[in-house]
Write a protein that binds this ligand. Structure first.
Ligand code: MN
Length: 286
């Protein structure tokens, strides 16, 4: 999302590798807003041919720090103190760089509401580093929450046919959660795809019995993927269940009229998902 803005200044954007993965306790959407704010600042207040470096490190026992460093002009100590104040753009008011200064105030508020800390360090002529720390968390999984009875007690009837569920989802934490849930069901097998196009391709190749479809995907949307599947005689019969963070009544209405078999909202409720899969399977292949 931010790379395009960086092109104007011929900036080099450096992102961390996530091996091993870091997990933190945060609201996914708010975290994204904070990161976008810090990244867009680091791009805006940089110099021609400069660098933006994002880093992610575990600090102490239970904190993870994410930092965004720029190679801009840097800030004097007295300016740093005012950074998180309302509408204060640090003498950039007449610089011709757009922005309202509200972003940092909101970022600070959001970080603190999630139990974290935000900070900044700067050296004039070198650049500025914004960082925030949030509580580290274990990799998400079923071990973290009580196992719903419908999942724990489910067992395949003798001779029950093996059914295949395809889950199209770009959020790997959600994928892992559903993977663990399906692993407890000897009668179900899971296929997954990380993009809409990949999902369509996998559906055509393996003709799953039911498809779980995220809506916000990196390439085509879940709605578009559904349309393609509906228009292909080979896949038109497969029930597609929407599983989306878009939870407004209009989203749900649009999803249902688009032809989703059912429309479930995130965060994922395991019982609800398992029931919806069972209903879809019973209807298609009683
Ligand atoms: Mn998504």
């Amino acid at each position: 999302m931010v790379e395009q803005n960086g092109h104007k200044l011929a900036l080099k954007l450096v992102f961390p590798s996530f091996d091993p993965a870091h997990f933190i306790l945060a609201d996914r959407i708010r975290l994204k807003q904070i990161l976008l704010n810090l990244l867009s600042n680091a791009i805006k207040y940089n110099q021609m041919g400069g660098t933006v470096t994002v880093a992610c490190t575990r600090t102490g026992l239970d904190r993870t720090r994410i930092s965004v460093a720029d190679t801009g002009p840097g800030l004097l100590p007295e300016k740093l103190a005012q950074l998180f104040q309302h509408f204060n753009r640090l003498g950039q008011e007449n610089s011709g760089v757009e922005g309202t200064g509200l972003g940092l105030v909101v970022s600070k508020l959001l970080v603190e509401l999630m139990g974290g800390v935000i900070g900044v360090a700067s050296t004039v002529g070198v650049g500025t580093v914004f960082w925030f720390e949030l509580a580290s968390a274990a990799a998400p999984g079923l071990t973290d929450e009580p196992i719903p009875p419908a999942v724990a007690q489910a067992s395949a009837a003798p001779g029950a046919p093996l059914r295949t569920v395809l889950y199209v989802e770009d959020n790997t934490a959600n994928l892992e959660l559903v993977r663990q849930m399906i692993a407890r069901r000897p009668d179900l097998r899971l296929l997954s795809a990380l993009t809409g196009n990949q999902g369509v391709e996998t559906a055509r190749e393996s003709l799953p019995d039911v498809i779980l479809m995220d809506i916000n995907l990196p390439d085509i949307s879940g709605l578009e993927a559904l349309r393609i599947l509906r228009n292909d005689p080979a896949t038109a019969h497969i029930p597609v269940l929407a599983l989306s963070a878009n939870a407004m009544p209009d989203d749900i209405k649009a999803g249902r009229s688009a032809g989703f078999f059912s429309y479930l909202t995130k965060p994922i409720k395991l019982n609800e998902v398992m029931e919806a899969i069972a209903v879809a399977l019973a209807k298609v292949n009683p």
